[in-house]
Design a binder for this molecule. Structure first.
Ligand SMILES: NC(=O)c1ccc[n+]([C@@H]2O[C@H](COP(=O)([O-])OP(=O)(O)OC[C@H]3O[C@@H](n4cnc5c(N)ncnc54)[C@H](O)[C@@H]3O)[C@@H](O)[C@H]2O)c1
Length: 375
């Protein structure tokens, strides 16, 4: 069978350059995934930065390179498009690709800067019968899938609560991630989206939210956020994001009536309830072997393989635009709760255009301004 043609838009870190990291398990980028998949071929790429295109040519031997994605879409007509450019660009590129005959779009997370933009992306893809996948890659990670299987098999009993941490520092001022117009938020949005996606993946829909968000003094984004989420099935989730750490740490604990699973970066633990060895008549959690997969398959390769099956109509979309919008709505709910002085916010949100983070930042700068500058 003929290989499916893939165009990569955005040839930076996740589009291509992470593949140069000697420590990462490969493939670990969009270009790497589609180059490794036997049924796909990267035939063209686009970046607004000519140096990135030069590096792309060196790494993947691709000659059909463009500075404008519209030109790529019009001339190359690929069946699959990877959108690995800055978050601010996702909406326009996805909409254009959906209207240019592309069949599957793999878009980077977070889906977009606003709920309104995400809605347009989802609708345009629906109108054109295009499959939109968002790269919340833990949905393909074998360890996360093994954890989900344990929960579905009842190993820890009924799920009662979830604790999630996505701890990291704040971006350098020179990085695009410190430019609110390109990134749309701080760690809560940029990396937190993975955490909220996993909470929905394991626990289902969120009903209400209480959030606390701390805007950074120097950058116009938040540097930490905490929240309590009430899920529709009665489960509570407690989350902490950002936190000005010198390290990156992603971990989720699932606490069931009869046990606990912890999964994250370097963590895969299973504990089950048993008779205590220290206190007569009590039960306590004891470690059990976590069923690790025999070989470690790259999530990126699994995504590329899934996309081929999706294109051929033989599998479901495992990480849809609607799923990614769900994660974004939780994040906006946390900002909204802070904006409303930490009130309980219920979903769905009505505010879709302008992020509540803007109002939080405005309030903060008004408080800091000298009296004469205030209106
Ligand atoms: N899934 C993950 O774990 C993961 C990891 C890293 C980044 N990301 C996401 O991927 C996206 C890119 O992040 P990155 O770290 O690779 O950034 P990056 O800056 O390294 O790469 C982005 C590239 O997009 C290019 N670009 C910007 N606007 C463009 C346009 N209109 N057309 C074509 N190219 C354009 C930039 O020049 C840059 O080379 C972001 O949305 C980010 O949130 C996801």
């Amino acid at each position: 069978m003929k290989k499916l043609k893939v165009g990569v838009i955005g040839c930076g870190r996740v589009g291509s350059l992470l593949e140069r990291d000697p420590l990462r398990h490969k493939p670990c980028s969009h270009a790497g995934a589609f180059a490794a998949c036997p049924d796909t071929e990267v035939t063209c790429a686009c970046d607004i930065d000519p140096d990135k295109l030069k590096q792309f040519r060196e790494d993947w031997g691709v000659e059909r390179l463009y500075l404008d994605y519209r030109e790529l879409l019009a001339k190359e007509r690929p069946q699959i498009i990877s959108v690995a450019s800055w978050t601010s660009t996702h909406k326009d590129i996805v909409v254009e690709a959906a209207n240019c005959g592309v069949k599957v779009i793999l878009c980077e997370k977070p889906i977009s800067l606003s709920l309104a933009r995400a809605d347009v992306m989802i609708q345009e893809c629906r109108n054109n019968k295009v499959a939109l996948l968002v790269n919340h890659e833990r949905r393909w990670d074998q360890r996360f899938l093994a954890a989900k299987q344990l929960i579905d098999d009842g190993e820890i009993g009924t799920l009662r609560s979830i604790r999630g941490a996505m701890l990291c520092g704040i971006p350098e001022t020179a990085s695009w991630k410190s430019d609110l117009s390109l990134v749309g938020g701080g760690p809560l949005l940029h990396d937190g989206t993975h955490l909220f996606d996993m909470i929905r993946f394991f626990g289902g829909e969120v009903k209400s939210i209480v959030g606390f968000v701390h805007p950074n003094e120097r950058l116009r984004i938040e540097d930490w956020a905490t929240a309590i989420l009430q899920l529709e099935n009665g489960v509570q989730a407690y989350v902490e994001v950002g936190g000005q750490r010198s390290y990156f740490h992603f971990a989720i604990e699932f606490w069931g009536a009869n046990g606990k699973i912890a999964i994250g970066n370097g963590i895969n633990d299973l504990f089950v309830s048993q008779e205590s060895k220290s206190f007569y008549g009590f039960r306590e959690l004891a470690p059990r072997e976590f069923p690790l997969p025999e070989s470690h398959k790259s999530s990126y390769l699994a995504i590329a393989e899934d996309i081929v099956r999706l294109k051929r109509g033989s599998c479901e979309n495992r990480s849809s635009g609607e799923d990614a919008r769900g994660a974004l709505e939780i994040i906006w709910g946390i900002y909204e709760s802070e904006r409303l002085s930490n009130s309980i916010v219920t979903l769905p949100l009505t505010r879709r255009e302008v992020s509540p983070l803007m109002s939080i930042l405005k309030r903060k700068s008004q408080k800091q301004a000298p009296r004469a500058d205030r209106d």
